[in-house]
Ligand binder design. Structure first.
Ligand code: PMP
Length: 424
């Protein structure tokens, strides 16, 4: 049997430090909202593989669907000999996505790849190069998506230059005193100073900022973006990679605003632990690229397609959208209680949409100065006591809830008790 220390040593020698791990322990087994390490220690999982496991680790129906597919074929490449699960998943996603217009779906493998393809499609459809993204946004680690990602350290540090024609607009922030009005003024000014609107292909936004701190886009802001896009013939892309598939209590977080985007990027909890991602969009926009212009050897892998179809069934049949809303309210209430009991540790701005909840730590309430150091220590102490947590935010001072929506109330309570202990 392995020990964590031995594996850590081998990992340090064999794997670049650039791929950092939040936990210094190695997984051996996982089930629903629990993980065990190679030394048999048990952890409650509030991270779900970074928002991938809304249906939990190894949901029996997801695993059974993947295994059944493995017994038929695991790969032909959709570009060589297509297969039904890809088509079925595309149909399913087209029906789930907001808007009653005709839709089509491209399947790829990772979130970054989905974002890359959404931009390619928007460029081909509009004949324009420009991309507008937001402060604190996260869209991936490939060079185009890094250019769009709005946070330098650690993602963008020392790897530029990034592709041109990417512009950055402000994201509303209570802590920084940036209102929706300010953010929209910033965007309109951007369109007067640098980003010529008729040269802009797309505006891409996460309906709830993910890596950037679990900050929902206010509905009036989303509606204003839609109006601006309509006015200038710009594609509105909702990056739902982290917020989608029930995390916010709806299939897609943008549904909370009533806004219908032109393109949606999806990944993560779409397939309950299998690598697959996609772009869902207006049929005529999705058809902008010529045959052969889209794809990739592994895009829409059949095993992952089968898993995704099962994960969607599970979200539907187990009522996980409603569960997410209830769970989110519960986390907010409990965070407020724990916050009240745990001064001098300042928990500020408990926020979120549905089960996509975060809490920020600050050094003092008056200045709301981010406390990344405390956040790090809480994560480390929680792990030692058996709870996996992950931080987020432009300042690294927020803790985010990505707990499987299938987690029992008892497990959540146990996790929250560990969180409070770690905080104390
Ligand atoms: N967009 C968003 C909103 C994300 O949260 C992420 C992943 N954290 C990505 C894109 C990139 O996805 P991937 O890591 O699968 O490339």
């Amino acid at each position: 049997a392995h020990s964590n220390a031995e594996l850590l040593k081998r990992r340090e020698a064999a794997v670049p430090r650039g791929v950092a791990s939040a936990a210094p322990v190695f997984a051996s087994y996982a089930e629903n909202a629990e993980v065990w390490d190679v030394e048999g220690n048990r952890y409650i999982d509030f991270v779900g593989g970074i928002a991938v496991l809304n249906t939990g680790h190894r949901h029996p129906r997801v695993v059974a669907a993947a295994k059944a597919q493995e017994d038929l074929y695991t790969h032909t490449s959709f570009q060589v000999m297509p297969y039904a699960p890809y088509v079925e998943l595309a149909e399913r996603l087209n029906a789930l996505a907001p808007g009653d217009h005709a839709k089509k779906t491209l399947l790829v493998t990772t979130g970054a790849e989905a974002v890359e393809n959404a931009v390619k499609i928007a460029r081909a459809a509009t004949g324009r190069p420009g991309v507008i993204a937001f402060t604190g946004g996260y869209h991936g680690r490939t060079l185009l998506t890094l250019g769009m990602t709005g946070k330098i350290s650690p993602y963008k540090k020392d790897v530029g230059p990034f592709p041109s024609d990417i512009y950055r607009a402000p994201f509303p922030s209570a802590r920084d005193g940036i209102t929706v009005q300010d953010a929209l003024t910033g965007l309109r000014n951007l369109m007067l100073t640098d980003a010529q609107p008729e040269r802009i292909a797309c505006i891409i936004i996460e309906p709830v900022l993910g890596e950037g701190g679990y900050v929902p886009v206010p509905s009036d802001m989303m509606q204003a973006l839609r109006a601006l896009c309509d006015q200038h013939g710009i594609m509105l892309i909702a990056d739902e990679i982290q917020a989608g598939f029930g995390r916010t209590g709806k299939w897609f977080a943008i549904e909370h605003s009533g806004v219908v985007p032109d393109l949606i990027t999806v990944a993560k909890s779409l397939a309950g632990g299998y690598p697959i991602a996609g772009v869902i969009g207006r049929a005529e926009v999705m058809d902008a690229m010529i045959p052969g212009g889209l794809g990739g050897t592994y895009g829409g892998n059949p095993v992952a397609c089968a898993a995704a179809l099962a994960a969607i069934d599970v979200i539907e049949e187990e009522g996980l959208l409603d569960r997410s809303t209830v769970m989110g309210e519960h986390f907010k209430t409990r965070f407020a209680e724990i916050g009240a009991r745990s001064a001098p540790y300042r928990m500020w701005d408990i926020r979120g949409l549905g089960g996509m909840v975060a809490v920020e730590f600050v050094t003092d309430f008056a200045t709301a100065t981010p406390d990344a150091d405390l956040t790090k220590r809480v994560v480390a102490h929680a792990l030692k006591r058996g709870l996996v947590l992950l931080s987020c935010g432009l300042h690294g001072n927020a803790l985010r809830i990505m707990t499987p929506l299938t987690a029992s109330d008892a497990i959540i309570e146990e996790g929250l008790a560990i969180f409070e202990e770690a905080l104390q």
